[in-house]
Design a binder for this molecule. Structure first.
Ligand code: PNS
Length: 208
């Protein structure tokens, strides 16, 4: 994965033309009478969130987004209002370690308005995962507000694999703090760090 925060490099469109599935191929403006240029231009999506910590549900959504867009920036919010379990650099490290073999996925941190960051990065879309109907109201409100603020940035909702539909960072932290086993629900680097932070966590949690 790329770690350059403001990198705008591109990777070739996927062979299946998947970027076009969501209608993201763009036809460049052309002089009247000339042949259309159907080459898709690079499409960048932002996957924003707290990621405190990254779960396999997040990973599933990010991988799905990476199949639809040329580049995906996993953007960790610097949230001064919350007391996080992991620092922003730790959260970025989890993302970079997990997507080390995915050149189209980059980790970055942002503060302030998401749409300002999205504009700065030239993003075509904001990708959010919807696990259940309960997620919808908040996400819908945020999507419409973001559209009002930046109409050119589309919000795209993706659904995770069913096996992750009940996974959340909040539950991961709660279960781990109470010595429960979250192996199979978080990437390995996260499981190891959780086991370090909460020494009572079952051994299997550090190998999940
Ligand atoms: O993982 P989370 O905590 O559900 O992510 C929420 C996030 C980071 C996407 C949202 O809080 C956000 O975009 N914050 C940045 C500030 C902002 O733009 N607020 C206006 C939203 S309409």
């Amino acid at each position: 994965m790329s770690v350059s925060p403001e990198s705008t490099g591109t990777r070739p469109p996927c062979s299946s033309g998947c970027g076009r599935m969501l209608g993201f191929a763009r036809v460049s403006p052309r002089p009247k009478g000339s042949a259309p240029n159907l080459e898709p231009t690079s499409r960048l999506a932002i996957c924003p969130g707290s990621f405190d910590p990254l779960t396999l549900g997040h990973v599933d959504i990010i991988r799905r987004a990476a199949r639809q867009f040329d580049r995906v920036v996993v953007a960790v919010l610097h949230n001064t209002g919350k007391a996080p379990l992991f620092t922003v650099p730790e959260r970025l490290d989890f993302i970079r370690a997990t997507f080390a073999n995915d050149p189209g996925v980059e980790a970055d941190a942002f503060s302030g308005l998401l749409v300002h960051y999205a504009r700065r990065r030239g993003a075509a879309a904001i990708v959010r995962g919807i696990r259940a109907v309960s997620d919808f109201e908040y996400e819908f409100q945020m999507a419409l507000m973001n559209r009002r603020l930046a109409p050119e940035v589309e919000t795209v909702f993706l659904t995770p694999a069913e096996e992750y539909s009940y996974v959340s960072s909040r539950l991961i932290k709660e279960i781990t703090a109470l010595s429960g086993d979250v192996s199979g629900l978080v990437p390995d680097p996260v499981a190891r760090s959780l086991a370090e932070k909460f020494p009572g966590v079952p051994e299997s949690a550090s190998t999940g």
